[in-house]
Design a protein around this ligand. Structure first.
Ligand SMILES: [Zn+2]
Ligand SMILES: [Zn+2]
Length: 433
């Protein structure tokens, strides 16, 4: 059996994991790189259109898999294996964002939660195609070649996130995906560790996002709710929250805070869209928010309402009610502030929405300019959706696989503190196991 990493090596995000046995391969995740890890190509310098993906493959920016892309690359440049399917761990863009580059005939496995977020991305043209070949798997196993692949639900800051358990001819391989231990579904992550430990896996492929971040503190959603109330205690104008539209548990935290503060919960239409998708798959938080009489939808000052029309609040009403309102407004619609004209003593709470300050300095500057223009103080009310360094290292020690392969981390060596067989794979190299 061979394992290779074609992305996510000494970088956060962009995981591409390749497993092969007897000529048949499976792949896990295929997302975008964050702008700060782009090396040869970006939104200005792209591969030459005439030769499709070949430039990216030539420079090691995309993997050389035959039958993988929507346009084939010369077979002389590809690995001599058949791709049996691709499995997505969750719907963050660094894991799923390149799905449109894939061969439409390739089977693409994902949970209903991941599919719900994908639908939103397609709707908003964030993912620029309607992907074909999607196979939903919410717990059932799939057999491909020598592999049997089973998803296992874990906690992360987007619904539908899973780890994968892969039975191989050499033993069990486990891929954590992105994992969190402080969210409302943290019990899933703890059960995952306990269960996988009992299976004595051969290989654990573990994420390590927060390794090297120099901090172990994560806030629970309850603690974040109290921080929102602390802001509200002093700033009695309009409260604006910027949450990532797909971060359901954080949206619920703002919803709970607004209820406890006796304020209306007004969400931009983008949130109404994701909540509608999540409600379709019976995510309880989404149903609770949408069914509440306290929830209203703001489509934008000049836009005709499209979603949840019965809950629409117009700009005039919103302006009259600013003092009694908690508004979720994502960065993409910050221009609405021109018409909202926040009253004095308003405040802006950055809570996991875009732009991410560490990886998107250009947009962070633009955001700060808007906040200055409207005299809005900025509060960061946040907790990352990834396990802290100590939690990750604890997990690795608990599971104690024969071999540990770090991915999605800048500091893979750090795992050696808790494990004496850490292999650090180089990008694009196939390793025989
Ligand atoms: Zn990630
Ligand atoms: Zn993620």
């Amino acid at each position: 059996m061979k394992i290779g990493f074609f992305g996510g090596v000494r970088e956060i995000g962009g995981n591409i994991i390749f497993l092969e046995s007897n000529g048949v391969a499976i792949v896990f995740d295929f997302g975008r790189k964050f702008a700060i890890s782009e090396v040869y190509f970006n939104h200005t310098i792209k591969g030459r259109e005439e030769i499709g993906y070949q430039d990216y493959v030539d420079l090691g920016e995309l993997p050389p898999f035959r039958g993988f892309y929507k346009e084939e690359i010369p077979s002389s440049k590809t690995l001599p294996f058949e791709i049996g399917g691709i499995f997505f761990s969750h719907a963050h863009l660094d894991h799923i964002g390149r799905i449109c580059d894939l061969n439409p005939n390739l089977n693409k496995y994902m949970t209903s939660g991941t599919h719900a977020v994908l639908n939103y991305f397609v709707d908003k043209n964030i993912v620029p195609c309607k992907p074909q070949g999607i196979q939903l798997m919410d717990g059932s196993s799939v057999k491909i070649g020598d592999f049997t692949i089973t998803p296992y639900f874990i906690d992360h800051d987007v619904p539908g996130a899973v780890a994968y358990l892969i039975e191989t001819p050499k033993g069990l391989v486990v891929y954590t995906g992105d994992i969190y231990f402080k969210g409302p579904k943290s019990n899933l992550s703890y059960e995952f560790v306990k269960y996988v430990k009992s299976l004595k896996p051969f290989i654990l492929i573990s994420e390590g996002t927060r390794i090297g971040w120099n901090g172990i503190v994560s806030n629970t959603e309850e603690e974040l709710k109290n921080q929102i109330k602390e802001v509200a205690n002093v700033f009695d104008g309009l409260l604006i929250g910027n949450v990532y539209e797909i971060h359901l548990s954080r949206i619920k935290t703002f919803f709970d805070a607004s209820k406890e503060l006796g304020k209306k919960f007004v969400i931009h239409e983008d949130y109404a869209r994701t909540l509608t998708e999540f409600a379709k798959i019976n995510e309880q938080f989404a149903l609770e928010i949408l069914n509440s009489e306290n929830t209203f939808v703001f489509p934008g000052a000049y836009k005709t309402p499209l979603f949840l029309k019965e809950k629409t609040i117009d700009i005039e009403t919103l302006r009259k009610e600013e003092q009694n309102t908690m508004l979720l407004l994502n960065f993409a619609h910050i221009q609405e502030l021109i018409d909202i004209k926040p009253i004095s003593n308003s405040a802006y709470m950055m809570s996991g929405g875009e732009p991410l300050s560490s990886v998107d300095p250009d947009n962070t500057r633009i955001l700060e300019n808007w906040l200055k223009l409207f005299n809005l103080p900025l509060f960061r009310i946040h907790s990352p959706g990834h396990a802290s360094e100590t939690e990750i290292l604890w997990m690795a020690r608990e599971i104690n696989p024969d071999i540990l392969l770090p991915i999605h981390t800048q500091f893979p060596e750090r795992f050696k503190v808790v494990h004496n067989n850490v292999l650090i794979l180089e990008k694009g190299i196939l390793n025989e196991f």
